[in-house]
Design a protein. Sequence first.
Length: 328
Amino acid sequence: MGRSLMQTDHRTPEGPTPEGPSTVADAPPDNWVDRHAPPDWRPWLRLSRADRPIGTWLLLLPCWWGIGLAMIADGPEWRDLWIAVACGVGAVLMRGAGCTWNDITDRDIDDKVARTRSRPIPSGQVTVRGALVWLVAQSLAGFAILLTLGGAAIALGVASLALVAIYPFAKRFTWWPQVFLGLAFNWGVLLAWAAHMGNLAPAPVLAYLSGIAWTIFYDTIYAHQDAEDDALIGVKSTARLFGRDTPRWLAGFAAASVLLLGLAVMAAAPAGLGLTLGLLGVAGFAAHLAWQLWRFDMTDSAGCLRLFRSNRDAGLVVALFLALAGLV
């Protein structure tokens, strides 16, 4: 069964305690923030989802796909090492900024949902003004990293801010907020390719479309945790839209993602060992998505969360084989 709005609240009848809850309900148990971060820093790190690194991985991996595709098409350069590191640091910062913005805009919704009411803003650990300052600080640090990646990447990075700004509102006006998440989360394919090549080409665009389909796939699985609560408060999602037909829709988006990613590899490497290695990565990706479909049970919230998190491994398979293909 999904979550219930009647689950125990973390707040007292008079309102949130100054300290707030000791953990966030949907954070992994024994995460590093709860175990090792200084207590004063924990609310801010939780606001950035540092206690839940899967989102950072899912933002970073498309960037690494873009680097791998550029290496296949143009050959590796020493600068690619910095692009990979910069994308890693940038993913941490910009995912944190995006989550902060999301929690600012969703503070009234999060307060009504059992899984999210323990987050820093609705639980009273962080004020909205403090969250805005934290948002600006993370964004400026991310912009400083972006400035090292060249003019084309800078332009693409600035353009992505519109998608980041719109995404939290998508679930209010469309049944397809996962599309907006995909548009934002996979922008790194284009940015990383441009950081290496200085332009865009069919290969990263195809990989970008593949990533959007992949995001709809994994975030629909994730959204099934909240389907019951979302229905009660009027929040839209593909999980609610697809309902019992979700497995069929998931299969379609998985197939689209695999096909588009295969075309991206072929556009970057028309022939040779690079093409073979790249397509092996796509095959591994396809196998992982098929495994997720086999294990998917929309009534098992914990299982949906485990499958969602497993997409780190699916994306890493692609990144590893693209890197190998680019180095041969």
